[in-house]
Design a protein around this ligand. Structure first.
Ligand SMILES: C[S@@+](CC[C@H](N)C(=O)[O-])C[C@H]1O[C@@H](n2cnc3c(N)ncnc32)[C@H](O)[C@@H]1O
Length: 221
């Protein structure tokens, strides 16, 4: 199996051709969008903030966040531009679409954030590192830290497994995660160490999230 389901050849093309863009991001559309909005509001998101949604997919959060934020203040990146564009066409009301310029959706599979403004206040990567091999996280965090000097908070989700746990791990809601293939799990201490090395103070939030993902809040040091 590949290191990420998203790297399988033809994965996006096939699913988009079949009209399955919501499935690409895991379905549970309204529930997951609501969970993401609620956590962002609890973390202090305000309408005037500039939000970066890393691995934003077809705008499961974006359809809610772009309606809440000032026009032009929602930014999204994803490995697939076609997926983001499908969300822009199919998942936004006319009013919300007018608040989200297509140029705010930027194809980026390497966390380089090309063309994004420096003035991002809050960044979120929801259900992204759960699907990527462990080396993606330290690379992404270092780039977020260097690129966005005004950042107040970075939020991300991962699956956790106990330190030293060798094989598959059953999460509280039944999802089985793995140390060596997707969905990936990590020991908490390792994730914390990577966050500190990138220049953040990590803090696990006790929040319940879909599929028993754990939420980590990072504050720039
Ligand atoms: C499970 S979906 C979550 C999407 C979105 N965050 C949400 O919660 O609706 C994972 C997303 O990560 C994107 N992705 C996968 N690999 C990526 C990479 N290397 N860089 C950026 N995005 C990536 C996928 O295209 C997909 O949209």
């Amino acid at each position: 199996m590949s290191a990420s389901p998203y790297l399988a050849p033809g994965f996006y093309d096939r699913a988009l051709a079949d009209g399955r863009h919501r499935d690409i991001v895991g379905g549970r559309w309204s529930e997951t969008a609501a969970a993401q909005m609620a956590l962002l509001l609890d973390e202090g998101l305000r309408p005037e903030d500039r939000l970066l949604d890393i691995g934003c997919g077809c705008l499961r959060l974006g359809h809610r966040a772009a309606a809440y934020l000032a026009p032009g203040h929602y930014w999204g990146t994803d490995a697939s531009l076609a997926l983001m564009r499908r969300g822009h066409e199919a998942e936004l009301s006319d009013e919300t679409r007018a608040r989200l310029p297509p140029g705010n959706l930027v194809e980026d599979a390497d966390f380089g954030f090309p063309g994004l403004p420096d003035s991002i206040d809050i960044a979120l990567a929801f259900a992204v590192f759960t699907h990527l091999p462990p080396d993606a996280l330290p690379r992404a965090l270092a780039q977020v830290r260097a690129r966005f000097p005004r950042l107040r908070r970075m939020l991300l989700t991962v699956f956790l497994a106990p330190q030293g746990h060798a094989g598959p791990h059953r999460q509280p809601d039944g999802v089985v995660t793995h140390p060596d293939r997707p969905p990936w799990h990590r020991p908490a201490a390792q994730v914390e160490a990577e966050a500190r090395a990138a220049g953040f103070t990590p803090d696990w939030r006790p929040r319940r999230l879909p599929r028993s993902q754990r939420l980590l809040a990072l504050t720039p040091v």
